[in-house]
Ligand binder design. Sequence first.
Ligand code: KG4
Ligand code: ZN
Length: 351
Amino acid sequence: MKVLGIETSCDETSASIVEGDGDRASIRSLVILSQDVHRIFGGVVPEIASRAHLTALVPVVRQALDDASLALADVDAIAVTNAPGLVGALLVGVSFAKALAFALDVPVIGVHHMEGHLFAASLEVEDAVPPFTALLVSGGHTMLVDVPQWGVYQVLGRTRDDAAGEAFDKVGKLLGLPYPGGPEVERLAATAGEPAVRYSPPMLRRDQQPGTSEYYDMSFSGLKTAVLNSVREKTANGRTLSDDERSDLARAFQDALVGTLTGKTERAVKAFGRTRVVIAGGVAANRALGDSLRRRFAATGVSVMAPSNRLSTDNAAMIARAGLYRLGRGERSGFDLTAYSAQPLPGATHA
Ligand code: KG4
Ligand code: ZN
């Protein structure tokens, strides 16, 4: 089965052809067009994102078909992100997908963006399949999830305020870096030696007990404020930060955030006896995070898997893959499919 995936939830217009069945799948093509226009504003402007999707979507889909050497008539089904995300942006993809499905007389399936992220690594790594502990870290969400099988998601913890990617973006802004801040902060942090500043990993304390929400929950807004205070302190007399000070702060921030994510993930792996960790979402592209998790589990035989950078950040291949799974279970959306800014992960239970 050849599924056309469409992703327009934020600032990437993406289309992809994924071929396979419910268990196995491979990418025939993947086109991702990032909307650079938002850089001018230092963040995504929803109305501009919707308009840019409208302009880009037809050529992006055409390119995905061309790259796969396929015609529209070869498409067996369409999978489209319909939640969560910017409603106007999502609606562009959803309306397009429904119209195309109607015209081609093929099924359409709405896909939850975060379920898409969970499937991303499986497109590249054979072993990135349940059971596993999932660390979902994107610009909008941060969740720790136990996944005994596809479609069953036990949400153990989540951020109480900023998402991990959001914290990277905000700290990037504080340090005068362009949007999105994540990759820029990582690059800057990599140039630092042992930082002179240290922050303790937020919400990670030894006395936290299983069964309480703080055991798995996370919080990153205090860490961001700590960086802001350091910047204010160092620039109080009107001077600007030196390059060393900026890289130091980037490194200290990243170390603390990675420390929390690593510590909480370790708790989940142990509690459920999992032997695989799958990192997903834009922050999965962060090397320091992957390295920290791998170091933590090095002696235990637990493997840590993350998608390549291209599949970590938003892309339509993961949406097509998750759609393939849902279609394989006989699920279909109706033409009343619509977009939601927020929606729980399908099949989610909360610890
Ligand atoms: O999954 P994604 O593309 O979009 C959402 O669904 O939100 O994630 C985007 C987020 C942004 O906050 C971006 O700064 C962050 O992922 N990100 C990174 C890195 N690459 C992207 N954060 C840290 N290190 C990176 N290398
Ligand atoms: Zn995403």
